[in-house]
Ligand binder design. Structure first.
Ligand code: FAD
Length: 290
């Protein structure tokens, strides 16, 4: 089913997984994770695609496995490393596996990639135009602004282009301060972006992830939360507790203010997803019904 159709009837709960780096055991582990995630009744599970495009086949196969398990997959595709024949190949594979939804992205140039990066698809919008109506298309957006854009306004004007090129929903980069999301909604609305913008939440369950998050996406961590992390970082179990509770707090606030869904970046950890869902059981039962 198309995610745009689901969004017309209810809030969506979704998770993101990434394909295994190695064949064999890791893939079996991911399939078990998908099975566990299925018990949490997500509306869709998204599968990332390597910025260099090397794991395209695995990503498509994982999307196919998700579909087989009865959950709607959202397959990411990055246009940056691809030429049109790569996109044709992956599209055909996804269609043959019954995948209806694609998150069309540009990707970031990996250090070992040549000058050809983005030669055919300089922006996500070019990939969206190329894919046309083969899939229900989604795009990425950035509550704190994409790092390459001078102003949030410029970035949001580009977001409007994504909508004009066929994006039917958007998923945000992770953030820890909900006010950035509300500002994005406000600014995007004033520039004519009308498609649902699903907030992406990544529970920060380990102190060592802070540095990674900073370098990966530069998301600001509110002072209160940072102080808690610094006070308890020496105790992994307490840190996990704090990270889960903070994510729960963000989600409750987002739903109270009308977010169209929640997308959880769970780093392939079904236990993290299960803990969040258990803490929010009544909220999900009450506010995520069709
Ligand atoms: P674009 O939309 O092309 O935007 C990049 C920059 O160009 C922005 O500054 C934007 O304002 C500007 N821009 C956009 N359109 C235009 C236009 N038409 N003309 C001029 N300027 C324009 N990376 C992966 O490698 N694999 C993944 O699976 C993956 N999944 C992601 C999922 C989500 C929800 C998010 C938020 C990010 C994901 N990323 C992934 C990271 C993403 O590839 C990077 O953030 C990348 O830098 C930008 O991708 P984009 O699709 O937003 O690019």
């Amino acid at each position: 089913m198309k995610i745009s159709e689901i969004l017309k009837t209810k809030r969506t709960l979704s998770f993101e997984v990434f394909p295994p780096k190695k064949e064999g055991e890791e893939k079996a582990e991911l399939l078990k994770t998908i099975e566990k995630l299925g018990r949490l009744s997500p509306d869709f599970i998204s599968v990332t695609y390597g910025a260099g495009g090397s794991n395209a086949r695995d990503a498509a196969e994982i999307a196919g496995e998700i579909k087989k398990s009865g959950i709607e997959p959202l397959a990411h595709i990055t246009g940056g490393p691809s030429d049109p024949s790569d996109i044709d190949r992956v599209s055909e594979k996804l269609i043959s596996l019954g995948v209806e939804n694609v998150l069309a992205l540009r990707g970031d140039k990996p250090a070992d990639f040549g000058e050809d990066y983005c030669k055919y698809f300089p922006h996500a919008t070019d990939l969206m135009t190329y894919l046309g109506d083969k899939f229900c298309l989604g795009g990425a957006c950035y509550p704190e602004g994409h790092p390459e854009c001078d102003t949030l306004r410029d970035d949001i004007m580009n977001l409007k282009k994504k909508q004009d090129c066929g994006a039917e929903f958007l998923i945000t980069q992770l953030f820890y301060d909900n006010s950035y999301y509300y500002r994005l909604l406000h600014e995007a609305g004033s520039l004519g972006v009308t498609v649902p913008i699903i907030p992406g939440i990544m529970p920060l369950v380990s102190a060592k992830n802070i540095r990674r998050i900073k370098s990966m996406c530069g998301s600001a961590i509110p002072l209160d939360f940072r102080n808690m992390i610094e006070s308890y970082s020496k105790s992994p179990s307490v840190m996990r507790e704090i990270g889960l509770n903070y994510a729960v707090y963000q989600i409750i606030d987002l739903i109270a203010k009308g977010a169209p869904g929640i997308h959880l970046y769970i780093m392939n950890r079904a236990d993290t997803a299960a803990e969040i869902c258990s803490r929010l059981e009544n909220v999900f039962n009450e506010f995520f019904r069709a």
